[in-house]
Design a protein around this ligand. Structure first.
Ligand code: SAM
Length: 291
């Protein structure tokens, strides 16, 4: 019988047999550690009734473990060269569909309808290509796909920003956007040695439990996110100055102080100290004042 795809030995054999040259530009760092693979799959809380959507299967190390745990696995891979390799190594599993596509461009609603009909819930599970972590995560959240959770290996600093609480230097618009849609939890920190080739950054596995309802109500979601982005536009500036330069002119500016204090927010505070609740209140008040 064959060793697991993710074992160091089998990974080297597969790469060698197919003469595969890993592409740094596609974030190709393959996992070769069973313990980390188990932690990722375990954190997704899958069972035979559930589906897993994997982004970037590589040569299939994580895909294989998902196939043994979930009822249905769909793996979206951009690199054409990996498709025949995946077909071959995943041949023993009849519950895996490999899709050759760019995850940032593929029709996700269509993909869900086509591949996950009848499953009880879907998790996104991936060792992500780090160069596009944020666009991928934001795409899944903004499209409001029916997801239970997102379990991803990403750069450690990015995971810390996603999970950050107000007040610290890691807290920013990414923290707020992620926490509006999800409850983040760090699963484990991952050393560079579990990949080939080794990346030059530390990694972490994070679980984002997707909320059924947002934790705060806002009148206009896109304006809410615009207010947040503007509040962090220049981190050294006060909230007042950042908002003034984005939403106000000389004539309208005198109203801003009253809007802020009306929400119970000191104008001299910085964007990084405001909670989700305060941003929600502020966004509704600003929108009403600006008309
Ligand atoms: N899952 C494998 C593992 O853990 O060993 C490989 C992970 S590797 C960090 C990232 C994978 O994402 C690569 O296979 C890469 O080709 C793929 N990838 C990069 N950009 C992509 C995109 N835009 N859409 C889909 N897959 C992508």
């Amino acid at each position: 019988t064959l060793a697991d795809i993710g074992s160091p030995r089998r990974t080297k054999d597969i790469i060698q047999k197919h003469g595969f040259a890993l592409k740094k530009s596609l974030g190709q760092n393959f996992l070769i550690d069973r313990n980390i693979l188990n932690k990722i799959v375990g954190a997704a809380e899958l069972d035979s009734g559930k589906g897993a959507l994997e982004i970037g299967p590589g040569i299939g190390a994580l895909t294989e473990q998902l196939a043994q745990t979930a009822g249905k696995v769909v793996a979206v891979e951009i690199d054409q060269r990996l498709i025949p390799i995946l077909e071959e190594v995943l041949e023993p599993y009849d519950n895996v569909d490999v899709v050759h596509s760019d995850v940032l461009k593929v029709d996700l609603q269509g993909l869900f309808a086509e591949h996950f009909a009848g499953v009880e819930g879907v998790s996104v599970v991936a060792n992500l290509p780090y160069y596009i972590t944020t666009p991928i995560v934001m795409r899944f959240l903004e499209e409001k796909l029916p997801l239970d959770n997102i379990v991803i290996m990403i750069q450690k600093e990015v995971a810390e920003r996603m999970a950050a609480k107000p007040g610290g230097k890691e807290y920013g618009s990414l923290s707020i956007a992620v926490q509006y849609y999800c409850e983040p939890e760090m699963v484990t920190i991952v050393p560079q040695t579990v990949f080939i080739p080794q990346p030059n950054v530390d990694s972490a596995v994070i679980r984002l439990r997707v909320r059924k309802e947002p934790p705060v109500q806002v009148k206009d979601e896109s304006f809410f996110f615009e207010v947040i982005r503007s509040s962090f536009a220049q981190r050294r500036k006060t909230l007042y100055n950042n908002l003034a330069s984005r939403f106000f002119n000389k004539e309208t500016k005198p109203a801003l102080e009253g809007i802020l204090t009306g929400c119970g927010i000191e104008p001299s505070r910085r964007g990084e100290t405001l909670s989700l609740e305060e941003y929600a209140k502020l966004s509704d008040a600003l929108q009403e004042a600006l008309g």
